[in-house]
Design a protein around this ligand. Structure first.
Ligand SMILES: [Zn+2]
Ligand SMILES: [Zn+2]
Ligand SMILES: [Zn+2]
Length: 246
């Protein structure tokens, strides 16, 4: 099975509108556009499970694909605005969410084709032999990360968190995680109560000890100092299109 990132950036994406920094100019030269953090798992029968829906072109990208479910981490715009078009789908699409009665915009008023179902912390769902567990994370909205168990390995998709609660950390340490993707939205020079930075995220990855650790959810402002100072981090930031076999 294939697990691919549709986007690994923060809300503004890279290139950021009108930004002329080296990171954004380089992305323009390459013709790439890295959007908000979201990913999908392609099952052996070609259907897909989405993790977040912040990618605005979901309908086009998966026009010919059966979407088995969306596992939403939280209702911030950069993780759910793809649902605004997807809700007009001819299919009914289950969207698993953390318990957030507000949601985003008018998504709960006009649910249309989306069947929202709340997952409790540590609740598991199984789809075609793939087990997905909701993991509570601390962020400015009720947020889940997801741990994905396939027959070949374990992936942890942990975007948007200021910290990992003790119970979640203990759970992660008890698994044999092959690939861990973790929010590191900021540099360590910027204090945030909403997101981790590359230093605090690196410390969590060291503690969890996955086979491979990666950083996500960066803006160009986070990546620029690394680029300018030629800093190589222990765990790399990944870009859109990053794919693993699981
Ligand atoms: Zn920029
Ligand atoms: Zn968020
Ligand atoms: Zn976000």
């Amino acid at each position: 099975m294939k697990f691919e990132f549709l986007g690994t950036a923060d809300t503004g994406g890279i290139p950021l509108h009108r930004c002329q920094c080296e990171i954004c100019e380089s992305a323009r030269l390459k013709g790439v556009s890295n959007r908000s953090s979201s990913a999908y798992l392609e099952l052996d029968d070609g259907s897909v499970i989405l993790f977040d829906a912040g990618y605005d072109l979901l309908c086009d990208r998966f026009n010919k694909k059966h979407i088995r479910a969306v596992f939403l981490t939280h209702f911030h715009a950069d993780h759910c605005f793809g649902l605004i078009r997807l809700r007009k789908s001819a299919d009914t699409i289950i969207c698993y969410t953390p318990n957030d009665t507000q949601g985003f915009g008018d998504l709960f008023i006009h649910k249309d084709s989306i069947d929202y179902q709340v997952l409790q912390p540590f609740e598991a769902k199984e789809i075609e032999g793939v087990k997905i567990v909701a993991l509570p994370l601390l962020h400015s909205k009720t947020t889940h990360g997801y741990v994905i168990f396939t027959c070949k390995g374990v992936v942890a998709y942990l975007t948007d968190c200021a910290s990992i609660p003790e119970s979640s950390l203990a759970y992660l340490k008890a698994q044999k995680i092959d690939h861990l993707f973790l929010d590191a939205a900021y540099t360590p020079y910027f204090e945030s109560k909403k997101h981790l930075n590359w230093e605090s995220a690196g410390e969590y990855i060291d503690a969890i000890k996955p086979k491979n650790g990666y950083l996500i959810h960066a803006s160009c402002k986070t990546l620029l100092p690394l680029h300018v100072k030629k800093i190589r981090l222990k765990y790399p930031y990944i870009e859109q299109g990053f794919t693993i076999e699981v």
